[in-house]
Design a protein around this ligand. Structure first.
Ligand code: OGA
Ligand code: NI
Length: 196
C-alpha cells in the first residue's frame, strides 16, 4: 500500500523537482503524531528552531517555528511506526534511484499563528550531508485563508503548497530555495532530511 505513495512521491519529484504525495501518512499515523506534538507543546518540550551553523543566522525575524527531534530511543510507538515507514521509503528510494541514503533526521515542527520561515536553502554551509528534504503535514481541514503555504522558488516561477494533513513534500536540499508563508493557524508538521 505504501509503495503506491512512494511511487507518487518519487515520480512527481522526477518530473517537477518537487515530489508531492497526498495521504503519504495514513490518517491514523498523522493523528497519532499530531497528538505527540500537541503533548510536547503542552509540556513545554518544544524549543525555538534555528540555532546552529545554518547558512543564515536564525532568529524569530527569520523563522518562528519550534521543534522537537524524533528518535527510536524515545520508545514511542507512533514515532517507531513513522521510522518504520521512513526505513521502507529510504530502501525503496535507494533501490529505484540509486541514491545511497544511509541516514536521516526528523523533527516535529510547530509554527504558531503569525509565524513564518523566510526564504532559505536546507543545506548547511559547512556540511552537505543533507541530500533530500522531506516534510509531512499534520493539519486537518486546512483552508486557503489559513495561509502557511510552503512556497518553492523555482527559476521561472513560484509554487505554493498547502500544508494539508498527511501530505508529503520531497525535494533536493541543495537545490531549491523555499519559504513558509505567514500562517494564520497553528501549523504542524514533521520535517526532516535524508542524508549520506
Ligand atoms: C524547513 C522548511 C518547510 C515547511 O524546515 O527547512 O523549509 O513546509 N519547512 O514546513
Ligand atoms: Ni527549509
Amino acid at each position: 500500500m505504501s509503495q503506491t505513495s512512494f511511487e507518487l512521491l518519487i515520480n512527481s519529484f522526477i518530473e517537477d523537482k518537487v515530489g508531492i504525495a497526498d495521504g503519504f501518512l495514513s490518517k491514523t499515523l498523522a493523528a497519532n503524531l499530531k497528538s505527540n506534538l500537541q503533548e510536547l507543546y503542552s509540556s513545554n518540550q518544544l524549543t525555538a528552531a534555528g540555532t546552529g551553523n545554518l547558512q543564515v543566522d536564525h532568529n524569530t525575524k527569520f523563522r518562528g517555528d519550534s521543534i522537537h527531534w524524533l528518535g527510536r530511543e524515545n520508545e514511542n510507538v507512533h514515532e517507531n511506526s513513522f521510522f518504520d515507514l521512513m526505513d521502507e521509503f529510504v530502501a525503496y528510494l535507494n533501490e529505484t534511484c540509486y541514491t545511497g541514503i544511509n541516514g536521516y533526521e526528523f523533527h516535529y515542527t510547530l509554527y504558531p499563528v503569525g509565524s513564518f520561515y523566510k526564504r532559505h536553502l536546507d543545506q548547511f554551509r559547512s556540511n552537505d550531508s543533507r541530500k533530500y528534504s522531506m516534510i509531512m503535514y499534520l493539519n486537518d481541514d486546512w483552508q486557503p485563508d489559513d495561509g502557511g503555504e510552503l512556497c518553492i522558488h523555482h527559476k521561472e516561477n513560484q509554487q505554493n503548497i498547502a500544508p494539508e494533513n498527511g501530505k508529503s513534500v520531497f525535494f533536493k536540499s541543495s537545490e531549491l530555495e523555499h519559504e513558509v508563508l505567514v500562517t494564520n493557524k497553528p501549523r504542524m508538521s514533521i520535517t526532516g532530511w535524508l542524508k549520506t
